[in-house]
Ligand binder design. Structure first.
Ligand code: 2DT
Length: 212
């Protein structure tokens, strides 16, 4: 800690298509920051452990059917139910590495045909990430990686559409990572970017809110 009262943890979000490597890289970033002595946790959305998360999980595994708007709002509710804990963690100095966030929410639902602005609306007021890293991979390449797991959205044509919506959502502050590179190269790039971000949040960079 710098001893400043406004020092805080960083909210770091990883986005990308299925099989882009988000989950492996989250784990690597977690242990890297840990080894440097930073307080850090790895989170993911959807958080399937809550009551809302169980409904989402059942939908994703095709055990239940829900209207597209309904599931969209459940994904959003799943972030809202974690919002106060997220804020408390960040304020207490713990950084969070989050595997998927509001951008997944908007990209996946928009890819189904829902209006983008409608999709963004329930996200307004959630904490804005300090850093968004997008693991960029052509959908065809991602599909070649050991195949998909069989959940609802894991289909090439749909992933192609999601990629277009991610592109529409991305802004110049996003760090676009070439996820086709070897894991170690991706990891090296991400570590440097993340460390910069953690340091700037320690110096008291203010927390902001979506939608940006
Ligand atoms: P995982 O495979 O990463 O568990 O994601 N999704 C995710 C949405 O449609 N909306 C959201 O808000 C979020 C966070 C992306 C499960 C799937 O759920 C999709 C893939």
């Amino acid at each position: 800690s710098t001893g400043q009262s406004d020092a805080r943890g960083a909210l770091i979000v990883l986005e990308g298509l299925d099989r882009s490597g988000k989950t492996s890289q989250s784990a690597r970033l977690l242990s890297h920051l840990n080894s440097l002595g930073y307080a850090v946790e790895s989170w993911r959305f959807p958080d399937r452990d809550t009551a809302v998360g169980k409904m989402i999980s059942s939908y994703l595994t095709n055990q239940s059917q829900l209207d597209d708007h309904t599931i969209h709002l459940l994904f959003s509710a799943n972030r809202w139910e974690k919002r106060s804990l997220m804020e408390a963690k960040l304020k207490s100095g713990t950084s969070l590495i989050v595997d998927r966030y509001s951008y997944s929410g908007v990209a996946f639902s928009s890819a189904k045909g829902l209006d983008i602005e409608w999709c963004k609306a329930p996200e307004v007021g959630l904490l804005a990430p300090d850093l968004v890293m997008y693991l960029n991979i052509p959908p065809e390449k991602a599909a070649e990686r050991g195949g998909y797991g069989g959940e609802r959205y894991e289909q090439l044509e749909f992933q192609k559409s999601v990629a277009k919506y991610y592109e529409m959502l991305s802004d110049p502050s996003w760090k676009i990572i070439d996820a086709c590179l070897p894991l170690e190269d991706v990891e090296k790039q991400m570590k440097e970017i993340v460390l910069d971000c953690v340091v700037s949040c320690q110096k008291g960079k203010p927390l902001t809110h979506l939608w940006l």
